[in-house]
Design a protein around this ligand. Structure first.
Ligand SMILES: O=C(O)c1ccccc1NCC(=O)[C@H](O)[C@H](O)COP(=O)(O)O
Length: 211
């Protein structure tokens, strides 16, 4: 049964829907350009309602230490997701400095991108195998775009990983079957518009991913 992360949550009703349906990870986006961006104080209020066993994930894009420090002081988080161009050395530094596990997102467009997963597997606690954003994209993730899942067939990584990018209630079961992903991450696929989550779609997605 695949573990599910619902990313970009901003409302208590959607947090509750995700938790009740069995989500294992809930993502809060601390990237101001995102339509899913949330303030640390808002995330803190949502995080307080999350039961033990469900990880609260803070998503950052090339964060400086000051942003991490201020956010972590305000909101209780269990996992840091790095979704920018952070180097393996920076991943190690953030882990050591802030004492939380780190999940590093790696964008995949073709076979040439897979090597980076090995580099990050040496330093990160988890990997997020996502679609590489188009060159002109404003967001480095959360674009609702899939990559060719066949690139992952037969691959094993040294660390736990989640598959992401363009997943929806309609395609997630096939994505898991094809790739063997132990977990999946979704944002756009459980929204009715960018940044607008839908409780029914969240439930549908989790039911299809973890039947
Ligand atoms: O979701 C965002 O707005 C976002 C902004 C900046 C960096 C990453 C972002 N999302 C990353 C995620 O964790 C998404 O769940 C993942 O990329 C899949 O997104 P989607 O294709 O929309 O399901």
């Amino acid at each position: 049964m695949a573990q599910v992360k619902i990313c970009g949550l901003r409302e208590a009703a959607h947090v509750a829907a995700a938790v009740e349906a069995g989500a294992r990870y809930l993502g809060f986006v601390f990237f101001p350009k995102s339509p899913r961006a949330i303030l640390p104080a808002q995330a803190a209020a949502l995080a307080a309602e999350v039961p033990p066993g469900v990880a609260r994930v803070g998503l950052f894009v090339d964060p400086g230490d000051a942003l991490l420090e201020a956010t972590l002081a305000a909101a209780p988080l269990d996992l840091i997701q790095l979704h920018g161009a952070e180097s393996p050395a920076r991943v190690s530094q953030i882990k050591a400095r802030f004492g939380l596990p780190v999940m590093k997102a790696v964008g995949i467009a073709g076979p040439q991108d897979l090597d980076a997963l090995w580099d990050y597997a040496l330093v990160a606690d988890m990997l997020l195998v996502d679609a590489k954003p188009p060159k002109d994209a404003v967001l480095p993730g959360g674009n609702g775009l899939a990559f060719d899942w066949r690139l992952l067939v037969g691959r094993k990584w040294l660390k736990p990983w989640l598959l992401a990018g363009g997943l929806t209630p309609a395609n997630v079961a096939e994505a898991i079957r094809l790739t063997g992903a132990p977990g999946v991450d979704v944002s756009s696929g459980v929204e009715t518009a960018p940044g607008v989550k839908d409780a029914a779609l969240i439930r549908d997605f989790i039911r299809e991913a973890a039947p």
